[in-house]
Design a protein around this ligand. Structure first.
Ligand code: GLA
Length: 740
């Protein structure tokens, strides 16, 4: 193992951290060692020779780039009893240790006090689980007013790993730590109003919370309060308080809503804010409109499936002139199926008609070597359901996609990790676990809706979730996928580190993908190949050559501004990798209800951050893979996913990725060349204040482009003079298309 020892050796002067504040900071003083030994949990163990660890970042980013397996972190800390004395309730101590990724165990003075995985010794199942837990204040493991040794055993496979995060501290659990202002309900829209219910809940204890809930709506542009109201509120464990409000429908702008509960007896307060969603996408018209990309590719002699995406009042009748021999169109569903044997570019004209009129679109069917000519538009189970995905959840998602999204071009239903059985059958074939009783039946169901089906595996022996991978069974697995009718494979590096050389070369990075590419090529089916190896070896420079249709360029996304914006705004370096059939994948969408398991919450991105997310990913020509519970799509989320002019930017046939054409501390401009000679431009406000942004037209690429269209609102914008001036909300965007 090649460790950058010199960088990591630091002399720690303080033997443990002291603090008199209510919060004991734990972000400093950590030590680290790769390996595994039960002795390392002991407070007596001498860790003097260990390296200093920076817990603000994963171990990959501190000189342990190619290290997978176990590692231990240790820190010494005094826990003063004064923090207990000062606390209003004195029940328990809370530890914030960022993430324990992929899974971890925490020992306090040699005693196991927490693990973030569920069963047995399968520590990998924690999957970047939180390192946040409580220990009863009377637990004898705590050495009050003395030195304590915290030792963390953590397992890492693939991608970011270790103990890392923003928040490292110890504090007494406060009265308000047990309170949750639950804003996970949806906003309901009437013609002129919108309403929502929120709940105040207590997670435990016998305390009766009695006090006031202050509700405030602020205009973030001017910081003025536009509505406020105070209500009595009382709740306790098992008896929540619900507050329902109705507001005038606030168009074209997100207002800030603040909920503050003050407990009368203790005087303690808790506050939560959220942005009110606002709809920009115009209502779908009753007249027919054909949406979706201008091109679609399939290989000769392989099964063909394309549903003409079209909106308009039903029933719609479909027509396709010029279809190549071998294809037939179902004129009531718009689904084209069949097999084309000859290579070639086939120009086709689609017409969709209803009682109000008809719409025509020129389209090219390209039968050749390349598939996935435009980025995949679909759904993936991971950000919503994590390892709890099952047949029913997939069917629910497929139904929702067919009902609400396929008319706009959405087509993939992708099952991520968690479908695989614990062992192969006697022939060595991969089989499903009990959550997926009939994969072929499920795939047929999805295909009958005109949609496509995706699946997930790893080139290693195990997937990231600890399920079976394809290691040494690649041909067999590719064949099984083909037999089931799979159309998309996400292939996740994960435990491949265990079988690849310690310090992989570029060839080592490519190898597992070349092996599976060859296996997929033996199957008579077009299976889109999506690499998931977090960008290692700058995959955007060679993903296409190895036969990838897309490749992840980063670690896993989370539903926070920090995660989404850090990933999205760092993609300039990958831009040249994008071309028709080959796209950079900055990871899946984090809008709607997400949760990576059975407990879903509304995305923590504000409405404006969500506009930024969809706009930026479309500019980047990224696969758009919805990661939410599709059974609960609210109007706002649906509006984000059904703007045909925004989707057209993502699906543009030129297949270029946007470049960062301007950046300062408070805003950025990203520009993407489009097939018709126009350009799409995102003007992103990266600050947390409203901004009036003035772009010098000559310097920002407006030259010669006289027409400016606001893509979300689908309206032309009047602009004259040498500057383009626009107001952009905090963390928000103006997405425009400029043309001649
Ligand atoms: C990795 C990937 C995720 C997901 C999980 C499944 O973390 O990056 O997108 O596929 O594995 O275990």
């Amino acid at each position: 193992m090649k460790l950058k020892l010199c960088l990591l050796i630091a002399v720690l002067t303080a033997s443990f951290l002291r603090s008199s504040a209510q919060e004991i900071n734990l972000s400093q003083g950590w030590k680290f060692k790769i390996g595994d030994s039960t002795a390392w949990s002991s407070p007596q163990y001498n860790d003097n020779g260990w390296q200093a660890a920076d817990v603000s970042k994963p171990w990959e980013e501190q000189g342990y780039a190619k290290t997978d397996g176990f590692g231990w972190y240790r820190v010494r800390v005094e826990i003063p009893s004064s923090i207990k004395e000062k606390a209003f309730i004195k029940d328990s101590l809370h530890f914030n240790l960022g993430y324990l990724d992929d899974g971890g165990e925490v020992y306090l003075n040699g005693k196991l006090v927490y693990k973030n995985y569920k069963t047995g010794s399968d520590i990998q199942h924690g999957i970047y689980g939180p390192g946040s837990f409580s220990v009863a204040a009377n637990n004898p493991a705590i050495n009050w007013d003395k030195e304590n040794v915290l030792a963390v055993r953590v397992f890492d496979t693939g991608g970011a790993g270790g103990v890392y995060g923003d928040k490292f501290d110890i504090k007494m659990v406060d009265l308000m730590d047990n309170v949750n202002i639950n804003t996970d309900g949806s906003f309901y829209y009437e013609e002129k109003t919108m309403s929502k219910s929120i709940r105040l809940t207590a997670s435990g204890g016998s305390y009766n919370y009695v006090g006031k809930l202050y509700f405030k709506v602020t205009d973030p542009e001017t910081d003025t309060i536009i509505y406020q109201k105070t209500n009595d509120a009382h709740f306790a464990a098992h008896s929540p308080f619900t507050y329902t409000f109705t507001l005038a429908r606030l168009e074209k702008k997100s207002y800030k809503i603040t909920y503050t509960f003050t407990d009368e007896h203790s005087g303690k307060q808790i506050t939560k804010t959220e942005g009110a969603p606002y709809i920009l996408t115009p209502y779908v018209k009753a007249k027919p409109r054909i949406n979706g990309p201008d091109v679609f590719g399939e290989r000769p002699a392989n099964p063909f499936l394309y549903k003409i995406p079209a909106t308009g009042q039903k029933p719609l009748t479909y027509k396709a002139d010029g279809l190549p021999a071998g294809l037939t169109l179902n004129t009531t569903t718009g689904i084209i199926t069949g097999i084309v044997s000859d290579k070639g570019d086939y120009p086709v004209t689609f017409t969709v008609t209803n009682s109000l009129g008809s719409n025509t679109k020129k389209f090219t069917i390209k039968i050749g070597d390349l598939i996935g000519l435009t980025p995949a538009l679909g759904w993936n189970s991971w950000n919503a359901w994590g390892l709890t995905v099952n047949d029913q959840k997939v069917r629910t998602s497929a139904n929702a996609m067919a009902d609400k999204l396929s008319a706009h071009g959405w087509s993939y239903i992708n099952i991520d990790d968690g479908w695989e059985a614990a062992s192969r059958n006697t022939n060595g074939e991969i089989v499903t676990n009990s959550k997926f009783p009939d994969m072929k039946g499920l795939t047929d169901y999805v295909h009958n809706l005109g949609l496509r089906m995706g699946i997930y595996s790893s080139p290693g022996p195990k997937t990231c979730g600890g399920y079976l991978g394809s290691w040494q069974h690649e041909d067999q697995d590719a064949k099984t996928y083909g037999d089931w009718g799979i159309d998309y494979l996400k292939y996740d590096w994960c435990s491949y580190s265990q079988v690849s050389p310690q310090n992989p070369t570029l060839e080592d990075f490519k190898k597992p993908y070349q092996v599976m590419r060859a296996s997929l090529d033996k199957v008579h089916r077009d299976i889109l190949f999506s690499f998931c190896q977090y960008g290692m070896g700058d995959v955007w420079n060679w993903g296409a050559e190895v036969g990838g249709n897309s490749w992840r360029t980063t670690g896993d996304i989370e539903d926070t501004w920090k995660s989404m914006s850090t990933i999205g705004f760092s993609q300039d370096k990958t831009a040249d990798g994008a071309k028709p059939g080959h796209f950079n994948d900055p990871d899946m969408l984090v809008i709607g209800k997400v949760g990576w398991g059975d407990h879903q919450h509304n995305t923590r991105l504000t409405p404006d951050e969500q506009y930024t997310h969809i706009s930026l990913w479309s500019l980047l020509s990224a696969p758009l893979l919805i990661g939410c519970d599709m059974g609960h799509l609210d109007s706002f989320t649906l509006n984000l996913l059904t703007n045909d002019e925004v989707l057209a930017i993502d699906q543009d046939a030129l297949g270029r990725a946007a470049r960062q054409t301007f950046k300062n501390d408070t805003y950025q401009v990203w520009t993407k060349d489009l097939e018709d000679g126009s350009k799409a431009m995102g003007i992103f406000n990266t600050s947390d204040k409203y901004q009036t942004i003035k772009l010098n037209k000559a310097e920002t690429g407006f030259n010669g482009y006289t027409k400016v269209r606001d893509v979300w609102q689908q309206k032309y914008v009047i602009t004259s003079g040498p500057e383009f001036v626009t107001k952009v909300p905090p963390h928000g965007v103006i997405l425009i298309k400029v043309s001649k």
